[in-house]
Design a protein around this ligand. Sequence first.
Ligand SMILES: [Zn+2]
Length: 145
Amino acid sequence: MTNPEDWRPDQGELLKADLLLYIEPILPVSDEPIVDEVTGKITSAFHLGESNGNKWRGIHACPCGAHSDNTDYILPSGHQTNSLAIHYVALHRAEIPPEQLELIGGFDLEPTEPSEIELQKPKRSRIYYHLPSGIIAPTQDFGQE
Ligand SMILES: [Zn+2]
């Protein structure tokens, strides 16, 4: 599996394989991040995590414009995640499976406040639409950088 487009598993396989937060958001990104205990704990876990050495050929882009780096991380809990983990928990909370939020909330770690860089709050809001094929694409961007 070397094609970055193919490596994300089905949601149903996630907990079985100890994979956390490999989501593909389809709803608009939140305007403001949720920085609570769950976000704090995934941040702490991510800081303690280590790259598993996998190097993907490309980075993964969240539909809102946030980008992952090209490796995966192993958290102290043994779960594998990606560098968009904090972004997903803080800004795509509604789309994270409840059992994953529960699992993260149960991490035995002191919460840490994520940095702006880790949050990857979008610079402007975008609107998304569903193409007939089911592919999600951002609408044209009218904002100013
Ligand atoms: Zn995003």
